[in-house]
Design a protein around this ligand. Structure first.
Ligand SMILES: [Zn+2]
Length: 457
């Protein structure tokens, strides 16, 4: 099964869904305030997708040199320009002079009258804005899927395979005969073996290295690194784990992926039936829903801390620590500091706490709980508006994460573990065997239970 830290067709499908969600907002906006809020969050989302498409997806030469890339990139660009454009001056029918003179700059502040007026223009063109964005989404994503699908089928050609026995594990390395960038490929193979070496010594510490003998580990070092997670397959007579090229991952992340996939093998072949059932019972009794009450408690807590000025203090401390220039580059740190502070004001045994804890551990996938205090001239009213927008965005994103797999786990393992008991096992396996469970806050009761059943393997 694939981990979430990869680029797949599914990621594009998720983005497409999100684009449609923003398009729907165009129909739902009811006044100037909402116009402003939707516009702001649309810009953030647009930037996020732009980064994803051009920096993450198009970073390798095979994608960039693909015959469909130019056309696709053009359609994506049209979409990225078109979506915010429907909120803009030209589209809404005023000239730039009028906009500059009479209206505050969109990005910085919210003024009720000005935006109510703009909303009036927007309302009269709403339907055509909706249709325009819908068409741009269709055009861009049709091409994206054609490109992604054709990349996925081209991978198999012109490959050579090397069979290696690595510390008792049967490893197959596939690589292209004439890679575009030989150095990168060689480096990725070295990283893979380093990660595999670490996984094997972790398994040895638990006397589990013998489990490696019965299956294959396949590493595909091709120019294409579309899908960077692992996969466990039962195809053919020999079970295998399959790992596509793992560039730009830390060795620890590579180790985690390898151990996660070995976890599938152990779950499927070595775990006694009783232990498997006990594990499933533990996991299945731990799901809960992300309710409105939980959201309300987060909302109330965040607002009271914002009013007290706590987040502003955190922000000032953070800017002092990372320096003004790095303010946005290290925003992960700011996100974590704000969530950790919020958690201090929530009952440790409550579900709300678990939700915040999951959000903290999955902060790559969600926005900050409160925005950065970017503008020192900003009024209290403006700050409040931004907090409101960001907080809603945060709560919705958690919803998205929580419901991606339909449910959340009371006991923290990782958000991905919500998918099912087997994935929860593999995540726990990778964190406990790989000794990263403390760092990732895996709940102690889960670890203890896991240690108990892994003894029976
Ligand atoms: Zn999996």
């Amino acid at each position: 099964m694939k981990l979430q830290e990869v680029i797949t067709r599914k990621d594009f499908e998720d983005y497409e869904k999100e684009f449609k969600y923003y398009t729907k907002n165009i129909l739902n906006i009811k006044n100037g305030k909402e116009f402003f809020e939707v516009f702001r969050s649309t810009l953030d989302f647009k930037e996020d997708f732009e980064h994803f498409f051009y920096k993450n997806f198009a970073k390798n030469t095979v994608v960039e040199e693909h015959y469909l890339f130019k056309e696709t990139s053009h359609a994506v660009w049209e979409l990225l320009l078109g979506l915010p454009r429907v909120f803009g001056s030209t589209y809404l029918g005023f000239n730039d002079y009028y906009m500059n003179e009479d209206f505050p700059h969109y990005y910085k502040t919210y003024y009720k009258e000005a935006y109510d007026k703009i909303y009036g223009y927007f309302d009269s063109k709403r339907k055509s804005a909706y249709n325009l964005v819908g068409r741009l989404i269709r055009e861009a994503f049709d091409l994206i899927y054609r490109l992604v699908d054709s990349l996925e089928t081209e991978v198999e050609e012109h490959e050579q395979v090397e069979e290696i026995n690595f510390q008792g594990a049967q490893v197959f390395v596939y690589k292209e005969e004439n890679p575009k960038d030989r150095n990168k490929i060689e480096q990725s193979i070295r990283d893979f073996f380093e990660g595999l070496g670490l996984s094997i010594s972790d398994l040895k510490a638990f006397n589990l290295q013998y489990t490696l003998k019965t299956f294959n580990i396949v590493y595909s070092a091709s120019d294409i690194s579309l899908d960077m997670g692992g996969q466990y397959t039962q195809r053919g007579t020999t079970p295998s784990i399959y790992l596509p090229r793992v560039t730009s991952k830390s060795i620890e992340a590579i180790k985690h992926i390898i151990l996660h996939e070995i976890g599938h093998h152990i779950f499927g072949h070595f775990l006694p039936k009783d232990s498997k059932e006990a594990w499933k019972t533990l996991i299945n009794s731990n799901y809960f829903s992300y309710t409105d009450e939980i959201k309300e408690e987060i909302r109330t807590t965040v607002w009271s801390l914002h009013k007290k000025g706590d987040y502003k203090d955190i922000f000032d401390y953070y800017v002092k620590k990372v320096g003004d220039d790095n303010k946005f580059k290290k925003e992960e740190m700011y996100k974590e500091m704000c969530i950790v502070h919020t958690m201090k004001f929530v009952d440790k045994n409550s579900l709300t706490y678990k939700v915040l804890d999951s959000a903290k551990n999955n902060r790559n996938y969600i926005p900050e709980i409160v925005p950065m205090y970017t503008n020192s001239y900003e009024t209290q009213v403006d700050q409040d508006k931004r907090v409101e927008v960001m907080l809603n965005f945060f709560l919705e994103s958690v919803q998205e994460l929580a419901t991606r797999y339909g449910k959340m786990l009371k006991t923290s393992i990782s958000m991905y573990s919500g998918k099912d008991a087997e994935e929860a096992f593999c995540e726990t396996f990778a964190h406990v065997i790989g000794n990263t469970w403390k760092k990732y806050n895996v709940a102690e009761e889960v670890v203890e239970f896991f240690l108990d059943i892994i003894k029976q393997v």
